[in-house]
Design a protein around this ligand. Structure first.
Ligand code: B12
Ligand code: SF4
Ligand code: SF4
Length: 336
């Protein structure tokens, strides 16, 4: 990885970074077309004024002039966990999306914000003499910024047909976090990555709910991730998602089949991988006991104790009700 002001980026699981001084996304027109088609489904926040803010970084923060974009890798954790459960005699055949384990089982929003703040303050300190009023803001997922476009225009990767940001060197199992600055930094803008999907259609063919359009985007209203991560109460599952699916939280199918990820997995040696304690408890509680027992345990738990137990993990936001909805859906079908 190229050097960035001598900061040790590997300690943050960062595998690549890029720079752009373009505050305008290159694909906002596609975003608008997506909203016009209603593909956001129940994700209303994408269609209101928070959607419009995505047209430019300056609408998010008027002082924006440039951005540093980081790829936080979780391919290794995902690989370690899949390897572990598949070889475990008590595995209940269900799965949880890999990003849940990205930061040792803790929700990436908390940890990546911490990491980005450390890197940001370090840069401000380093450049203080030349740019005394340098400031930054974070953009990570929840902010009204097109994260994938930022990564794309920083030269880090391309938009796969499954809409994921894919890096030629690191695949798509990474999260995107950025620092937006109120000045241009003396760094080169990288050239844009070209499309490396070619004639491949594996993700489109593998998606059980036909959620992937032929426009390098997905119809969120049909995506298993929307149903299992974003639907907090009883709601209809997308057609094509049923008890035969292993996915009880999130979905990685369109990434698992991608050749750009398969080649990364081939390079990882399973015996070099450690699973963190928090990840282990999530696996023990959801994947290594029969689903009916998971349901029983969750039903007996109060909302408060669920919140406390899963605080700072990706399960906290969905809440007990949402998680029960996911498990019950699987069980209802199983019983019929
Ligand atoms: C809403 C949302 C969702 C929704 C909708 C997903 C979607 N594809 O839009 C749901 C709940 C389904 C979801 C699921 C997931 N998400 Co999500 N999600 C977001 C969020 C908050 C906004 C995304 C958005 O703006 N969507 C609007 C549509 C229009 O964007 P898009 O599909 O990416 O389309 C763009 C391109 O495809 C391109 N485009 C469209 N058509 C065309 C045509 C051509 C020719 C070209 C060149 C380009 C192009 O332009 C569009 C606009 O930039 C971002 C964070 C953020 N602030 O950006 C995270 C984010 C996209 N999610 C992320 C993750 C990890 C996931 C999951 C993997 C989690 C999981 N395992 O379950 C899945 C992946 C599903 C998938 N295949 O996309 C990561 C993705 C990292 C990466 N490597 O790409 C992000 C960036 C969060 C982060 N900061 O790391 N997510
Ligand atoms: S995450 Fe799953 S349901 Fe959503 S588009 Fe990809 S394969 Fe389809
Ligand atoms: S599976 Fe194929 S078409 Fe889909 S994103 Fe990967 S390379 Fe592109």
């Amino acid at each position: 990885m190229k050097d960035l002001f001598s900061i040790d980026l590997k300690q943050y699981q960062i595998v690549d970074w890029g720079y752009t001084d373009s505050t305008e996304p290159k694909t906002y027109n596609y975003y608008q077309a997506w909203i016009t088609s209603g593909y956001q489904g129940s994700l209303n926040y994408l269609a209101d004024e928070r959607g419009e803010k995505r047209a430019s970084l300056t609408q998010f923060w008027p002082s924006s002039q440039s951005a540093l974009v980081f790829l936080f890798d979780y391919a290794k954790q995902k690989f370690a966990i899949e390897n572990f459960i598949k070889n475990h005699p008590d595995w209940n055949q269900k799965k949880i999306a890999g990003y849940v384990f990205a930061n040792d089982g803790y929700d990436y929003h908390y940890l990546l914000s911490e990491y980005l703040n450390e890197i940001g303050s370090n840069i401000v300190k380093t450049l203080k003499t030349n740019i005394p009023d340098l400031e930054y803001k974070l953009a990570i997922d929840v902010h009204p910024v097109l994260d994938r476009d930022l990564a794309f225009r920083s030269g880090l990767g391309w938009f796969g047909k499954n809409s994921m940001h894919i890096s030629r060197h690191h695949g798509s199992f990474h999260l995107i976090g950025s620092l937006i600055f109120n000045h241009k930094l003396k760094l080169d803008n990288s050239s844009l990555e070209t499309d490396h999907c070619g004639q491949c259609t594996r993700c489109i063919d593998a998606c059980p709910t036909l959620a992937i359009s032929d426009q390098r985007t997905i119809m969120a209203n049909r995506c298993i991730s929307t149903f299992t991560i974003e639907s907090f109460k009883e709601s209809d599952p997308p057609a094509g998602y049923d008890q035969s699916s292993p996915w009880i939280f999130g979905c990685d199918i369109c990434q698992d089949v991608c050749p750009w990820n398969k080649r990364i997995f081939k390079k990882v040696l399973p015996n070099h991988l450690q699973i963190a304690e928090q990840s282990k408890s999530l696996i023990n509680e959801f994947l290594l006991i029969p689903l009916a027992d998971v349901f029983k345990r969750l039903s007996l738990e109060s909302n408060g104790s669920y919140k406390k137990k899963y605080a700072k993990t990706s399960f906290e936001r969905l809440g007990k009700k949402g998680m029960l909805k996911n498990i019950q859906f699987m069980l209802k079908k199983m019983a019929s």
